[in-house]
Design a binder for this molecule. Structure first.
Ligand SMILES: [Zn+2]
Length: 240
């Protein structure tokens, strides 16, 4: 999983033969990670992901490359610089894309992978509507966290940041701010997803396994999220 592949985690300097019997290597991944060959591979992986409509933070790509590099070195017994030559950008991109597929088990813990926003238009949104969008995203994040879907929570929090950002540039005479259409699109999809989990009784405000009235609350939250999703859709419709 991507978020386990932190650049620092696979770095074991002067490691000796490990318990699985593979040859030891004397260079740490962190030494190779700064080389032009490593950086070039990271850029190529980025380019391949973009052709597949995925954008991922560079630090996450570097983490996956480092992780795969260590695995390749252990598997082949080559040193890291040689093992780096065995990694193709397509193979790394395949791993990231596979881990990011929401259909894959465990994908809810993969962070930082987002569809690329193609629509760069903005719509004018009132402060009151922004407040509704922020409240809905906060509710969605809260439910996602309570039910172990940190990926959806992460996305909801990022969207909240994007909603807040244009507000910081408002002057006293402004009544509306320009919000990217993509933020509203993603908000709508996310709110519907959380509402669906609640309607299907897969998610709950308290998933402790006991029944103590939380279903009554969940039953009220789901339609509220649906209504906020429709609001996001209406706002988005102003873009024509
Ligand atoms: Zn409970």
């Amino acid at each position: 999983m991507i978020d386990q592949c932190r650049p620092s985690s696979p770095c074991r300097r002067n490691s000796t033969q490990n318990e699985s019997g593979f040859t030891h290597y004397d260079v740490a991944v962190s030494d190779v990670a700064g080389t032009p060959a490593f950086d070039s591979l990271v850029l190529q992986v980025d380019a391949v992901l973009l052709t597949r409509g995925l954008a991922i933070q560079e630090v996450a790509v570097r983490g996956v490359v480092a992780h795969m590099l260590e695995a390749a070195a252990l598997r082949t017994g080559k040193d890291l610089a040689e093992a780096l030559k065995l990694l193709s950008p397509e193979a790394v991109a395949d791993q990231i894309a596979a881990a990011a597929d929401p259909a894959v088990e465990g994908a809810q813990s993969v962070h930082s992978v987002r569809p690329v926003r193609i629509d760069l238009r903005t719509v004018q949104v009132s402060l009151s509507d922004l407040g509704h969008v922020l409240m809905a995203l906060s509710q969605a994040a809260k439910y996602a966290i309570a039910n172990g879907d940190t990926r959806t929570a992460d996305h909801a929090v990022d969207l909240s940041t994007e909603v807040g950002m244009p507000m910081t540039a408002m002057s006293k005479s402004d009544f509306e701010v320009a919000l990217p259409v993509g933020v509203l699109d993603e908000t709508q999809t996310l709110l519907n997803k959380v509402a669906q989990h609640l309607e299907d009784e897969e998610w709950s405000s308290c998933p402790c396994g006991q029944v103590h009235g939380q279903r009554d609350l969940d039953a009220k939250v789901a339609p509220a999220l649906r209504a906020d999703s429709r609001r996001a859709d209406r706002l988005r419709g102003r873009a024509g």
